[in-house]
Design a protein. Structure first.
Length: 318
């Protein structure tokens, strides 16, 4: 097997088709929870400095072409590598239609590469036709049935790129429903399904999806952290009129993350993220408890810094 690391390019690709993320309501939180939480927000933000910012523009954000992964040997692999190298060169030069010809040849040798198929479909949508793009994505599902990514790429494409069409909307709903059935322990499936329902003004359906997620038996704490972030889209924490109620609905996902993380050395990063969530949502005793436990261990300056500042600013009572 061979993997070619992709070069940077100037056209948009994110390994699939995704809806725009919703911005965090910093100002609303500050007005609703007062000075104490404002300080807490600043503190948590200082602990996350250096994290990359999400690109929310609709222009041409920087990105990378998906890696090429091949299992063929001999002449077939050589041809695919040559097509891939030419596609990269042409796309970098802005010759997208010419690059698309070579990408079509590459996916014949690498049909299970969901990111590459999605990228080719995106180019086909812009420089070919919608029918070709849909055909590529549907074929990707058929040839890679054991992966959730092709299903999500197809569903997002139907929602994002296709014209307003009840039939396509229904097809997208069918695709994500099938993905939920086949991959009930994949956090990205829940994220995509929830966002599609919210975009389609079907919040009740999004709530049902999150309830189904909470019923899963998953030992991966990252799964629960991801669902915790999705839950905040379903139950916004910046709405003052339902702040406490929504917070209580989001808490179980972070509690599951903490339970799954345990108390080992590798769990510290997970627990710190849970503590930051509690801090940002003004659940200060819970944040203090986690930070006190983490701060007692060597090599965890972030937890000790958070705990010290909480005491120093009298955000919590000892």
């Amino acid at each position: 097997m061979i993997c070619l690391r992709s070069a940077n390019r100037i056209f948009r690709v994110a390994g699939g088709f995704y809806s725009r993320s919703m911005k965090t309501c910093w100002e609303n939180a500050s007005r609703s929870w007062g000075r104490a939480l404002t300080v807490a927000l600043c503190l948590a933000g200082s602990l996350c400095q250096g994290a990359p910012e999400a690109d929310l523009s609709l222009g041409k954000p920087q990105g990378s072409v998906p890696d090429l992964i091949l299992s063929e040997d001999g002449e077939s692999r050589s041809k695919a590598m040559a097509h891939y190298a030419m596609a990269l060169q042409l796309e970098t030069a802005g010759k997208i239609r010419e690059a698309l010809v070579h990408y079509r040849e590459v996916i014949k040798s690498d049909p299970r590469n969901a990111d590459l198929v999605a990228h080719t479909a995106e180019l086909a949508m812009s420089y070919g036709s919608e029918n070709e793009a849909l055909s590529l994505l549907k074929e990707g599902v058929e040839k890679n049935p054991d992966s959730a990514k092709p299903y999500l790429n197809l569903a997002n494409f139907l929602t994002t790129y296709a014209e307003v069409d009840p039939q396509k909307t229904a097809e997208a709903a069918k695709v994500v429903a099938e993905a939920l059935t086949k991959f009930p322990q994949d956090a990205e499936v829940y994220q995509t399904t929830v966002m599609l329902n919210l975009v389609g003004n079907s919040r009740d359906k999004a709530v049902e999806v999150m309830k189904k997620a909470l019923a899963q038996s998953v030992a991966d704490p990252e799964f629960w952290l991801a669902l915790g972030r999705v839950a905040q889209e379903v139950w916004p924490l910046g709405q003052s009129e339902s702040q406490i109620e929504n917070r209580d609905r989001v808490n179980p996902y972070f509690e599951r993350a903490q339970q799954a993380a345990g108390s080992g050395a590798s769990s510290d990063a997970i627990n710190l993220q849970v503590a930051q969530f509690y801090l940002l949502t003004n659940q200060l005793p819970a944040a203090k408890k986690i930070c006190a436990s983490l701060g007692a261990k060597p090599g965890n300056p972030q937890a000790r810094k958070m705990l010290y500042r909480l005491h120093e600013l009298s955000l919590i009572h000892i």
